[in-house]
Design a protein. Structure first.
Length: 76
């Protein structure tokens, strides 16, 4: 056994946490950032930074995000 203290558990606010939910979440891209990142608007009224490295997306697109990674562009 390790003598190190256990790591704290992740805390999520609200019903769905875009970073640790078991579900993919629909969000809208507000603007693209450097390094294949984007700022998105969530249904909860918050803004979050996610990776768009796996999809070809643009501002205004609705994307499906799981674990802060865009996995699909919806409506194309």
């Amino acid at each position: 056994m390790s003598d190190r203290p256990p790591l704290p558990l992740a805390q999520c606010d609200g019903e769905i946490c875009i970073t640790c939910s078991d579900e993919a979440v629909e969000v809208r891209i507000l603007h693209l950032l450097d390094d294949d990142l984007a700022m998105v608007a969530t249904d909860a009224g918050t803004e979050e930074e996610v990776s768009v490295a796996l999809v070809d997306a643009a501002p205004g697109d609705t994307i499906l995000v799981h674990a802060k990674e865009a996995i699909a562009v919806l409506g194309r």
